[in-house]
Design a binder for this molecule. Sequence first.
Ligand SMILES: [Zn+2]
Length: 228
Amino acid sequence: MTETPTETVRVLVIAAHPDDADISSGGTIARWASEGREIHYVLCTSGNRGSNDPRMTTQLLGEIREREQRAAAEILGVASTTFLLQEDCELQETLAFRKEVAGLIRQFKPAILMTHDPWTRYRIHPDHRAVGFTALAAIVVAGNQMYREGMAPHTVGEVYLFQTDNPDYWVDVTATIDAKIEAIRQHKSQVSHSGEAMVARVREWAKQAGLEHNMAFAEGFKAVSPRH
Ligand SMILES: [Zn+2]
């Protein structure tokens, strides 16, 4: 594809665990990457407690899942993947975490930020909520001139929340649904037990999301204004 002379649109994706962004948004990420957008992943944990295998250790699982996430990100065309190495199942909305994420926003200077919808009803994983609230708070402070000297403020232009139960922004992922499925297959430690059922479910979600929007396959997000 040809490069446009305009400035590259950078997208920062902030997720709690490996596979969260790929399962919820992989089609959109692959599409945007193919259109020349520069996608950066930030994984707050390495998902090092995501196993029921009694022989598995948190150390080994973290390493396995980082590898799986990097392989998936490569398929989607993600430019960089950063692991913050916090403990799985222990994320909290602290000021220190907010500062760290605000620093990443100022470092990557994204036009678009994607993260968990922390208001999604009845999804009980605390890490998803903690990351969603922290990333949204970090957007606010990253743009504040008086917040933390040393790095220039950055104002995010658009925010899309994934894993939402209240979507109002749909992306046609018909051309990239197969890449998304291929990316999800890289998370072998997670999909090995659910296998093809998981793949079928992901395809069905995308089909349902597209039905009312004249798209064969779609992903839905909640768009929120970064202005406050
Ligand atoms: Zn997760």
